[in-house]
Ligand binder design. Sequence first.
Ligand code: SF4
Length: 199
Amino acid sequence: MLCKENFGALCHVTIPRKENDKNIPLLSSHSMEEFSNIWSTFNSELFAFKKSIWGVKRNEFCHAGEWSGLLNLGTGIWTPCYSIRAQKRNMFKNPDEPFVFYPVGHHCNMPHCYNGHSFLSMGDIPEIDTYRYDQLRDRTCEDGATWLTDDTRNFYHGRLNDGKLERYSQQDKLKFSSIKTKTIVNNIIAKATHNTDIL
Ligand code: SF4
């Protein structure tokens, strides 16, 4: 295999998805069971973790938007996560103004967290504590060498909530959720009324 010959170990395996379908299903002619039987032969932790969260709707309080986000480096458009597109803002427009980050909380509207190998392994939902990101990316070669250096492994082993106390009590989370709902609704109404992006 190409990867083994050039990098000393089998590559990791991901799960392709159909993003133009609101249910974000598997993009394959195989059923998930068949797909899994084929690709699990690679013994990829990345694949194992992605499969374990595939199709699972997340209802926990998610810190995406506060501890992580999606930034288009070409346009400056920033969104808290895939789930909250209505709250896009332009990070490059007024760079001197403070940029306020706030979490998605209980408002994730995605059917499942298909890129949770990044967001969840890094701690956006602190109670999900399974694989760390380094464990999903590293490989040990036949000669005992590893793909990640010690420094990179240590860096990726950290979680976004390491050293941080949860900033929100249960009561705060509920309060925040109701404020957030109003903001989302107001943004959608403003967008529909003015037919402009909320930036
Ligand atoms: S898609 Fe995942 S990371 Fe994003 S808001 Fe939903 S649960 Fe959080």
